[in-house]
Design a protein around this ligand. Structure first.
Ligand code: AVJ
Ligand code: FE
Length: 476
C-alpha cells in the first residue's frame, strides 16, 4: 500500500493516544489527551520525506501499469462509451496533470514537454469530443508519462520541501498528483465496465474475506447531538476541510448496504413500475431511458439473473451490495423499504465518529489503513459479500463503510462552512451546487489512499457506471 506521509503522522497520533490514556474521573473512557496537542499532530506533522513522496508516486504508477497491461492499442484508443474518454486520453492526462503541478507550477527548470493544455486539460474538451482530438498513441502516451516522471523525480531531488510555497505545505501537491492518478484508475475501470469486451478478472473471486458472513440486517443508532465531520488530514482535498462541528437529530442507519437480493425484491415488487416510489425527475429518467434494472443486469431464462462485471457475464451474487444504480434508483428503493438515503453528515458520523471518545477516525476502524479490514484497491475486482468484513466495522457498528461500493447520499455537493478552494477552483468549487450528489466510502476499485471516511466524491444523479450502491437510513 501507499506509505503516505500520513501514516507516519498517524503513528504519532496513535502513540499519543496509547501512551497517555489516563481515564478521566468520570470514567467516560475518553483518553486524557490535550485537545490542542492532538490538533497539532493531526494537522499534518511531521512533514513528508522525499522517500515517501517517491513511493506514493511510484505506487500510483504501478497501479496504472497493472490496470492497463491486459489491454491492446485498440482497446486503449477506442471510445467505448460517450460518457467516458478513450483510455489513452486518461493515461496522457495523468502525465499532463503531473507535468502541470509538479514541474510547471513548482517552477522546475525542466522544460514542459507538451504544450498539451488544449488536449489534456479536462476543461478544454468534454469527454464525448475527446476521440476527435490529436491524441498521443498509446506508446507515445506512455513515453510522455515516463518522461514527465523522470523529470519530476530529478526535480524532487534538488527541491527544498520547506520552501515557502503553499503547494509544498505537507508536500500537498505530491498528494494531489498521486491521488489524481489513483482516481483516474477508477475512472478507467468505469470505462472498462461500460464496454462489452471482457476484461480479465484473474483467478480471484470477489473477496469474501470471512467464509461465514455475518447476517447484517440491523441498524446502528446515533442518538443525536454534536459530532464532527471533515478532515485536516495531511493530504485531504479542499472539499473535506475544515473539520466541522455539526449537530444532528437522532437517526438510524443500516449496518450494511442494500444487497442484490433486496434489490431483486424491489424489482419483483414492481418497483420500477410504481410511480409513487419515484421523484418526478427519477420517473422521467427511468421511463425515457427505459431503465428497469441496475446497469449490467440481464435475465437469462436458464441461468436466472445475470450481471456483467467488466464485460464478464456471471450469475448474480445475492449477498453482494448492489452496484451500478443511479441516485434515482437508490432513492426509490430506499422509499420502497420505508426508509431514505442518509445525508452525507449522517453517513460520515456512522463511518467515523466515535461517540465515547468524541473523535473522528480516518478509516472506520481507526486511523491507520489495514489491508484485511476493507475490500479496496482492486484486491478483487468486485464487492465482497455483505457481512464478510466484520473487522472493518466502525465505532457505531456499520460495516463496509470503506470500500466495496461507493454509497449515494441524499446530499448535494456543497462547500462546508469556511471552505477555501485550494489549490484550484476546478477541483471542487466549480462543481458545488444542486447538480451533483455526494457519494461516500470508496469502492473495491478505490485506492486505500483515497478511501478515507472524509473523502467526498460527487456525480450526476443519473450516472450508473460508477461502482456505486447505497445504504438506507431513517429519522428516529
Ligand atoms: C472526484 C472523481 C469526481 O473524476 O471528475 C479527476 C476527480 N478531478 N481529475 C473526477 C478528478 C480531476 C473527480 N471526482
Ligand atoms: Fe483528472
Amino acid at each position: 500500500m501507499v506509505r503516505s506521509p500520513n501514516n507516519l503522522r498517524l503513528s504519532m497520533h496513535e502513540k499519543l493516544l496509547s501512551t497517555d490514556t489516563t481515564e478521566p474521573a468520570d470514567g467516560g473512557g475518553r483518553p486524557n489527551v490535550n485537545a490542542r496537542e492532538l490538533q497539532e499532530v493531526r494537522s499534518g506533522n511531521p512533514p513528508a520525506s522525499k522517500e515517501q513522496l517517491r513511493s506514493a508516486l511510484a505506487e500510483a504508477r504501478e497501479q496504472t501499469r497493472t490496470l492497463l497491461a491486459p489491454l491492446n492499442a485498440e482497446d486503449l484508443t477506442a471510445q467505448h462509451s460517450t460518457l467516458m474518454s478513450p483510455l489513452v486520453w486518461d493515461l496522457a492526462h495523468i502525465g499532463w496533470y503531473e507535468e502541470y503541478w509538479l514541474l510547471r507550477k513548482l517552477g522546475a527548470s525542466t522544460p514542459a514537454r507538451g504544450g498539451f493544455d488544449e488536449i489534456y486539460d479536462a476543461f478544454s474538451n468534454p469527454r464525448e469530443d475527446r476521440p476527435n482530438l490529436p491524441l498521443l498513441e498509446p506508446a507515445a502516451a506512455w513515453r510522455y508519462c515516463d518522461d514527465v516522471r523522470a523529470s519530476v523525480l530529478e526535480h524532487l531531488d534538488g527541491l527544498d520541501l520547506e520552501a515557502d510555497n503553499p503547494l509544498l505545505g505537507n508536500a500537498f501537491v505530491y498528494g494531489l498528483v498521486s491521488q489524481h492518478e489513483l482516481q483516474h484508475n477508477e475512472t478507467m475501470l468505469q470505462t472498462l465496465q461500460l464496454r462489452t469486451q471482457p476484461y480479465p478478472l484473474g483467478t480471484e473471486a470477489p473477496a469474501t474475506l470471512n467464509d461465514e458472513p455475518l447476517l447484517l440486517q440491523g441498524e446502528a443508532v446515533f442518538e443525536g447531538g454534536h459530532a464532527e465531520i471533515g478532515s485536516d488530514h495531511t493530504w485531504s482535498y479542499d472539499n473535506e476541510r475544515p473539520i466541522t462541528r455539526i449537530t444532528t437529530e437522532p437517526y438510524a442507519i443500516d449496518l450494511a448496504p442494500v444487497t442484490n437480493a433486496t434489490f431483486e425484491s424491489f424489482i419483483a415488487d414492481a418497483g420500477y413500475d410504481t410511480q409513487s416510489l419515484w421523484t418526478s425527475e427519477g420517473w422521467s429518467y427511468i421511463t425515457s431511458e427505459a431503465i428497469s434494472a441496475p446497469l449490467g443486469w440481464e435475465r437469462d431464462s436458464s441461468a436466472g439473473r445475470t450481471r456483467r462485471r467488466l464485460g464478464n457475464l456471471e450469475s448474480l451474487p445475492a449477498e453482494e451490495p448492489v452496484q451500478h444504480v443511479s441516485w434515482y434508483e437508490a432513492d426509490a428503493c430506499a422509499r420502497w423499504l420505508g426508509k431514505r438515503l442518509p445525508t452525507e453528515t449522517e453517513w460520515e458520523i456512522a463511518a467515523s465518529w466515535d461517540p465515547p471518545r468524541q473523535q473522528t477516525t480516518e478509516y472506520p476502524w481507526g486511523d491507520t489503513f489495514e489491508t484485511d479490514r476493507a475490500n479496496v484497491g482492486r484486491r478483487s475486482l468486485g464487492p465482497a459479500a455483505v457481512g464478510s468484513l466484520p473487522s472493518g466495522a466502525s465505532a457505531l457498528g456499520c460495516h463496509h463503510m470503506s470500500g466495496d461500493v461507493w454509497e449515494w447520499t441524499a446530499s448535494d455537493f456543497l462547500a462546508y462552512p469556511n471552505f477555501e478552494a485550494f489549490p484550484y477552483k476546478e477541483y471542487s468549487e466549480v462543481f458545488f451546487g444542486p447538480d451533483h450528489k455526494v457519494l461516500r466510502g470508496g469502492s473495491w476499485a478505490t485506492s486505500p489512499a483515497i478511501a478515507r471516511t472524509s473523502f467526498r466524491n460527487w456525480d450526476y444523479p443519473i450516472r450508473r457506471q460508477l461502482f456505486v450502491g447505497f445504504r438506507c437510513a431513517r429519522t428516529l
